[in-house]
Design a protein around this ligand. Structure first.
Ligand code: AMP
Length: 411
């Protein structure tokens, strides 16, 4: 997705293009349309996911028609509350940046610093106010801040807000804003008390979850190898000889692929077991037992067969085939790097899998390190192999009932 598909106007898009972002991050892609639709949302996303722009951009869009109100006539249309001064300042900088081609005015107020300049700024007229709770209530008491025209209220880092003891202040601020405002709540984690707060503020909210993926990916060192499809087995053997050690799980997409790789590794004297959906439960249990008891150190599996199975704390995960569903990548690599240990994931990408890399990187919000220094590099110009359907020798084409019954599961 591109930013220009998100219904943002030209001055905002111009500012974004100068920030040199490739495209919206996941939290932006999911939040912006909902916010523009006037929905309340509750988002679990950490700093680093692009969450500030996820609310800043639609807020600027929604207030854009007010940009030309005379300075004195300006009324605060959006209020962002932040638990810390540093975050408030950072949010203010983001708003300044994204609004630089509009006449919308942003102001930041926070404690621990002289109050007079903040009063001056408020008197000059503000469209968007970013504030820490204590100073905001202070200025409100002094009749310097008017919250009667708030259209959108954002509570950022809600979990930290509650940990810092701001619950009563936040509740007070919510009550000072109009009843029919839009409310957006962002939190890195979602403990019960945050959910309670959200329930008391948000109306029929949509829930967006981003953070678990980035947390999982954080403790895993991820490496990507571009390699021609027929050379993947050679690359795997090369890495097993030289680089990858310890307890390893190798993921393949199909059961056929699992069987083929298992045969090759056994021939090369590796200690291997495998699981996939066409193996009996007994054989799968036996394979898992061997792996857990360390009789073998390599397990080859399909995603479906490995789902829900307690195999964690691995040294390495090999994505022999890249998954087309990005969440699957996260689940796979999440099996390593637990309990403070840094694990490693090795991903093999052939020409036809290149598109998956982009969607995976977007989901995990991380660029995967590319390793070019290996014996089987992929020509960057290599095109995916196109399989031309030969058609059935039996021209009627339809499968018989008997052949349908024989159809085996591919996973
Ligand atoms: P945040 O999660 O809001 O703290 O943002 C983290 C960093 O991501 C900030 O430095 C932003 O400038 C940057 N950022 C925000 N949106 C994008 C995007 N779409 N692409 C790349 N970087 C971004």
């Amino acid at each position: 997705m591109q930013f220009n598909e998100l219904n943002l106007n030209k001055p905002i898009l111009k500012a974004i293009s100068e920030s040199n972002y490739d495209g919206p991050t996941l939290v932006q892609e999911r939040s912006i349309p909902l916010i523009l639709n006037k929905k309340d949302i509750i988002v679990s996303a950490q700093t680093g996911t692009g969450k500030t722009a996820a609310y800043a951009l639609p807020i600027l869009q929604q207030l854009f028609h007010k940009q030309d109100a005379s300075k004195k006539g300006k009324k605060i249309g959006a209020l962002i509350i932040s638990p810390t001064r540093e975050l408030a300042i950072q949010i203010g900088e983001s708003f300044q940046n994204y609004s630089k081609y509009t006449n919308l005015r942003t102001s930041v107020i926070y404690g621990g610093t002289s109050i007079e300049p903040q009063k001056d700024a408020l008197r000059k007229g503000v469209d968007i106010l970013i504030a820490t709770p204590g100073r905001l209530l202070d200025l409100h008491k002094q009749d310097e801040v008017h919250l009667d025209y708030i259209e959108t209220l954002v509570i950022d880092e809600a979990d930290l807000m509650l940990d810092m003891g701001f619950i009563d202040d936040v509740s007070k601020i919510v009550r000072l804003c109009p009843e029919d405002k839009q409310s957006l709540l962002f939190s890195a984690t979602m403990p019960h008390k945050v959910v309670m707060l959200a329930n008391s503020i948000l109306k029929d909210p949509e829930r967006i979850e981003i953070s678990p993926t980035s947390t999982v990916a954080k403790d895993v060192s991820q490496v990507l190898f571009y390699v021609p499809k027929p050379k993947k087995i050679e690359l795997c053997l090369h890495l097993l000889r030289n680089t990858i050690k310890g307890n390893i799980i190798i993921f393949r997409r199909t059961k056929y692929g699992v069987d083929k790789l298992e045969k090759t590794l056994l021939k090369n004297k590796y200690k291997v077991a495998s699981i996939h959906g066409d193996k009996s439960q007994n054989l799968r249990q036996e394979a898992l037992k061997q792996f857990k008891n360390k009789e073998v150190n390599i397990l080859i599996a399909t995603d479906v067969a490995a789902r829900g199975i307690d195999i964690i704390g691995l040294d390495s995960v090999v994505n022999f085939d890249l998954p087309n569903v990005p969440e699957t990548y996260v689940h796979r690599i999440g099996r390593t790097g637990r309990a403070g240990k840094i694990g490693t994931s090795y991903s093999f990408c052939s020409a036809d899998e290149k598109a998956y890399v982009g969607t995976i990187q977007k989901l995990i919000n991380t660029q995967i390190t590319i390793e070019n220094n290996h014996p089987y590099p992929l020509d960057p110009k290599a095109k995916p192999q196109v399989h031309i359907k030969q058609g059935s020798k039996h021209r009627k084409g339809r499968k018989s009932e008997a052949s349908k019954k024989n159809k085996k599961r591919w996973y």
